[in-house]
Design a protein around this ligand. Structure first.
Ligand code: F6R
Length: 596
C-alpha cells in the first residue's frame, strides 16, 4: 500500500533522503511516487510509475528546501496517473500533502470546497486536505493550526503529512494508518514504516490514532487532538539496516527464505524450557481461553488454520475465519479469545474483524511481527513472532514464525499430552530448516515442471494449511494456476483437472491413518498420469507412487508442516525465477493491504 516519508534537518540532502526513503518503501507496492520540498515556497515533483521514473523526472529539475515529504501511491481513488500521484496541493501551490488511507467524507468536502471556488486537479480523496488547509490559512490560522483544523474535518482512515510554504516544519497526523517518527542527532524523520529512515537512526516514536506531530529545527512534538503535549516513549529498533538489504541474494524472497532458521530461533528464544517441558509466554500464559476464534487473511489465514487445529487438539473449541468474512458476519463469540494473525499488523480486513470482536466484548490478541503496529496496539494482548522485517511481498519467514509462535501460544495457554515432544521438535526446527535449505531438490523440480499447466498441492491435518499455502505462494509469484486441497477433497471434483501436465505435490509424514489415506489419494492421481512430488519423511510408502521426493526429517507433525513449507517456498521461488517473474514485487499485490 501507500508509503510516506518526511524529513527535517537534512539540509542539502533533503531531496536525496526523501527519494532514498521512498525506495525503501517500494516493498509495500505502489504505482506512482512524488516528493515536495518546502522553503519560502513549495515545489513538487511526482509521476506515475516507479521510483526510477521519479529520479529521472527530478534529474531535469532543481528542487530546493530543507524540509520535505514524499509518497508512494497505491491507487484507491482514481487511476495511477501523474495528476493523481501525491503530493497534492492547494489552489496557490503553497501547501503540499501526502496521505495513506481513505477519506470517507471526501465527496461532501470536495463539493463544499468546489462551491467555495476551489479548483481540483486530481480524482483523489486526498486533494481535499490541502484545500482545507488553504481555507484555514486564509481565515488567519497559523500553519500548524491550519493543518489541525483540516485534519479535524476528515472521517475515515488516514496518515497525513503536510508542508506549508514559509514554515520550516513537517506536520503529520494519523487515524487507522501507521506513522512512525525517526529521531537522529540532527534530523527528524517521519514514515509509514521504519525501513524508510532506518539507515539514519534506530530511535523511533510510534504515533497513536488521533495524535498530531510537528517536526522542525527544534526537534519534534506530539500532541493530542486538543493540542495537549503527549509524552511518548522512544523505542529502539532491534534490527540493523543490513537486514533491509539483500545481503548478496538475488531477491529479498530468497534471502528471507534463508533467514528462517534465525527467525525461528528468535521466535523461540527464552520462551521454551525443554527440561521442564514448559513454555513461557509471559502474562499471555494466564489467558486460559475456553474457546479461540482466529481471524486472518492470505498466508496468515493459513497459519490461523494451523493455530485452530492446535487448540482443537488441546480440547479447546477453535476455528479460523477469513477476516474479510468475519468482519461483516461476526459469529457468536461467547467468551472466546479472538486472535488476529497478521504479519504487518496493518491489514484492514483483519483490523476490522478484531474491532468487530472487541465491540462484541471479546478479549483480543494480535499475533504479529510489527511492534507498535495497529493490531498490536488495539488488541488487549500481543504475541510477537520476532521474524525481523520482511521486504519481499510474498510472506515466507513470517509464515514459519507464525506457526512457531502459535505453537507457543497453544502450549502456553492449554495443556496437551505431548508438550515435551512438541517442545523438542520446536527446538530442532531451526536446524532442520537449515538442512532443507542446504539440501532441497526444489530447484530441480522447478526446472522439470516450469512449463506445467497447473500445480496442485494436497495434505491432511497439519499439512492441509501447508497445501493451501504452497498453492498461494506458487500463484502469487509465478502467475500460474495453482490450487491446494485437503487431500480427501481431490476426488470430489478437482480430480477432473488432473492431467499428465499438472504436477501434484503431496505432503505425507508419519505412517498413521492420515498418511495412509493421503497415499490412497496419491494413487488416484498417479492412475491419471499426473506427476507426483512427495514431500515426505519416508515413513509411509508414498515414495513408491511418486515421481520425485522432497525429503523431510522425522519429527513431530506440527514441525513437519513448517519444514514441508520450506520445500514448497523454494519450488515456487525457483519456478518464478525460471519464468523471469518480478519475484519481490509480483503484479497486482501489495505487502500491506490497508483497504478492505
Ligand atoms: C501472501 C501474502 C498475503 C498476506 C495477507 C495478510 O504471500 O503476503 O496473503 O499474508 O495480505 O497480511 P498480514 O499478515 O500482514 O495481515
Amino acid at each position: 500500500m501507500c508509503g510516506i516519508i518526511g524529513c527535517v534537518g537534512r539540509g542539502d540532502e533533503t531531496l536525496d533522503t526523501l527519494v532514498h526513503g521512498l525506495s525503501k518503501l517500494e516493498y509495500r507496492g505502489y504505482d506512482s511516487a512524488g516528493v515536495a520540498l518546502s522553503s519560502d515556497h513549495v515545489e513538487i515533483c511526482k509521476n506515475s510509475g516507479k521510483i526510477d521514473d521519479l529520479r529521472e523526472a527530478l534529474s531535469d529539475r532543481t528542487l530546493s528546501g530543507s524540509v520535505g515529504i514524499g509518497h508512494t501511491r497505491w491507487s484507491t481513488h482514481g487511476p495511477p496517473t501523474d495528476a493523481n500521484a501525491h503530493p497534492h496541493q492547494d489552489c496557490h501551490g503553497d501547501v503540499a500533502v501526502v496521505h495513506n488511507g481513505i477519506i470517507e467524507n471526501y465527496q461532501s468536502l470536495r463539493d463544499e470546497l468546489v462551491a467555495a471556488g476551489h479548483t481540483f486537479t486530481s480524482d483523489t480523496d486526498t486533494e481535499v486536505v490541502p484545500h482545507l488547509i488553504e481555507d484555514a490559512l486564509e481565515a488567519g490560522s497559523d500553519p500548524e493550526d491550519a493543518v489541525r483544523e483540516a485534519i479535524s474535518r476528515l472521517e475515515g482512515s488516514y496518515a497525513v503529512a503536510a508542508v506549508v510554504a514559509g514554515c520550516d516544519a513537517v506536520f503529520a497526523a494519523r487515524n487507522d494508518s501507521p506513522l512512525v517518527l525517526g529521531l537522529a542527532e540532527d534530523a527528524t524523520f517521519l514514515a509509514s514504516d521504519v525501513p524508510a529512515f532506518r539507515d539514519f537512526t534506530d530511535q523511533v516514536v510510534y504515533l497513536a490514532d488521533g495524535e498530531f506531530a510537528r517536526l522542525d529545527a527544534d526537534g519534534w512534538t506530539v500532541t493530542d487532538s486538543d493540542g495537549s503535549v503527549v509524552e511518548k516513549d522512544v523505542d529502539t529498533v532491534e534490527w540493523d539496516p543490513e537486514e533491509t538489504g539483500k545481503s548478496g541474494y538475488e531477491h529479498y524472497m530468497l534471502k528471507e527464505i534463508h533467514e528462517q532458521p534465525r527467525a525461528l530461533r528468535q521466535c523461540l528464544r527464552g520462551r521454551v524450557d525443554e527440561l521442564s517441558g514448559t513454555v513461557d509466554i509471559g502474562d499471555l500464559g494466564d489467558l486460559s481461553p475456553t474457546g479461540v476464534q482466529f481471524v486472518a487473511c492470505g498466508t496468515s489465514y493459513h497459519a490461523a488454520l494451523h493455530g485452530a487445529q492446535l487448540f482443537r487438539e488441546a480440547g479447546i473449541p477453535s476455528q479460523a475465519f477469513l477476516a474479510s468474512e468475519y468482519a461483516t458476519a461476526t459469529p457468536p463469540i461467547g467468551d472466546a479469545l479472538v486472535v488476529g494473525v497478521t504479519q504487518s499488523g496493518e491489514t484492514a480486513d483483519t483490523l476490522s474483524a478484531l474491532r468487530a470482536a472487541r465491540r462484541r466484548g471479546a478479549r483480543t490478541l494480535a499475533v504479529t511481527n510489527v511492534v507498535g503496529s495497529t493490531a498490536a496496539r488495539e488488541c488487549d494482548h500481543a504475541l510477537y513472532i520476532r521474524a525481523g522485517p520482511e521486504i519481499g511481498v510474498a510472506a515466507t519467514k513470517t509464515f514459519a514464525s507464525q506457526l512457531a509462535a502459535l505453537n507457543l501460544l497453544a502450549l502456553g495457554t492449554s495443556s496437551t499430552g505431548d508438550a515435551r515432544q512438541v517442545i523438542s521438535a520446536l527446538r530442532d526446527l531451526p536446524g532442520h530448516v537449515q538442512e532443507i535449505l542446504d539440501e532441497s531438490a526444489a530447484q530441480e523440480i522447478a526446472e522439470i515442471y516450469q512449463d506445467a499447466d497447473a500445480y496442485f498441492f494436497i495434505g491432511r491435518g497439519y499439512h492441509e494449511p501447508v497445501a493451501l499455502e504452497g498453492a498461494l505462494k506458487m500463484k502469487e509469484i509465478t502467475y500460474k494456476h495453482a490450487e491446494g486441497f485437503a487431500a480427501g477433497e481431490l476426488k470430489h471434483g478437482p480430480l477432473a483437472l488432473v492431467t499428465e501436465n499438472t504436477p501434484v505435490f503431496a505432503i505425507v509424514t508419519g505412517d498413521d491413518e492420515r498418511a495412509r489415506k493421503t497415499v490412497g489419494n496419491v494413487k488416484e492421481v498417479e492412475a491419471r498420469d499426473a506427476p507426483v512430488v512427495a514431500i515426505t519423511d519416508g515413513q509411509s510408502d508414498v515414495s513408491r507412487y511418486a515421481d520425485h521426493v522432497l525429503e523431510l526429517p522425522e519429527t513431530h507433525p506440527r514441525a513437519a508442516a513448517v519444514l514441508a513449507n520450506i520445500h514448497l517456498q523454494l519450488v515456487s521461488y525457483h519456478t518464478a525465477a525460471l519464468l523471469g517473474r518480478n519475484i519481490d514485487k509480483p503484479r497486482n499485490l501489495a505487502k500491506s493491504v490497508t483497504v478492505e
